[in-house]
Design a protein around this ligand. Structure first.
Ligand SMILES: Nc1c(N[C@@H]2O[C@H](COP(=O)(O)O)[C@@H](O)[C@H]2O)[nH]c(=O)[nH]c1=O
Length: 223
């Protein structure tokens, strides 16, 4: 058993999720960020890779006070649990992932790193997910902890890992109306095992214009 997984990404028209500048690139507009916030509020947990924590220092909280109140009224925590994964164990304990909000935090790493990370990340639950770490072990463990709805927010390495493993139940992509055009910038998906063929095709669910952005909901067939 594993959680229902929604993978969510905002990408440029040429497939980039950020540029090479230090500051975070905002691809969404306010209306789109509100759409993302609704998915966050639906979720039991939000997952980003350790690289995204290093690059973006995300808070990963539900932004809307009404949505937080509705969650609390339904007996849920105000914001979802936060989850990250790291093979090498490079995670800064002062990142907002750990300091912002009051919610459970899970750090999945390879078994060899667990003891070391547990010493530095005192406010988080550090879990070994195999050696090497596998996404199946991570999802199984999250489910055992009561996580039934997981939103995966990237970055590219994490999206590639989840999509290639065939564990994404729903894919949300919003296209921002510009190009990045920087070959060294991070992409939505990296080269991975995506075999060509009928099993590779996804089914389009909803599509919605949001100002000059375009939102697409896809259902991968493999799940
Ligand atoms: N830039 C970008 C996204 N970036 C995602 O949002 C995270 C930031 O979360 P927070 O600090 O809570 O606002 C960031 O780490 C990354 O996963 N998401 C989107 O829907 N649209 C965007 O344009």
């Amino acid at each position: 058993m594993r959680p229902y997984v929604i993978a969510s990404a905002a990408v440029s028209l040429d497939g980039y999720i950020d540029d090479v500048a230090d500051a975070r690139l905002l691809l969404s507009d306010d209306e789109d960020l509100d759409r993302v916030d609704e998915v966050r509020a639906w979720s039991d947990a939000l997952l980003v890779g350790a690289g995204t924590i290093r690059a973006d220092d995300p808070r990963l909280l539900v932004r809307s006070a009404e949505r937080r109140a509705a969650r609390v009224a339904a007996g849920r925590p105000a914001s979802p649990a936060k989850v990250t994964l790291t093979r090498c164990g490079k995670v800064d304990p002062h990142a907002r992932f750990f300091t912002a909000g009051d919610t459970a935090r899970y750090v999945y790493t390879c078994d060899a790193q667990v003891a070391r990370l547990q010493r530095t990340l005192t406010g988080a639950t550090v879990v070994g997910a195999g050696d090497p770490l596998t996404v199946e072990r991570l999802l199984h463990d999250l489910h055992e902890r009561g996580i039934e709805r997981l939103m995966v927010e990237g970055g590219g390495a994490v999206h590639t890992l989840f999509l290639a493993a065939g564990v994404v139940d729903e894919l949300h992509v919003v296209y921002a109306p510009f190009f990045v055009g920087q070959p060294k910038a991070p992409r939505f998906v990296n080269a991975a095992a995506f075999p060509q063929g009928p099993g590779n095709r996804m089914t389009l669910g909803k599509s919605r214009q949001i100002g000059d952005l375009m939102f697409l909901q896809y259902f991968p067939r493999s799940s």
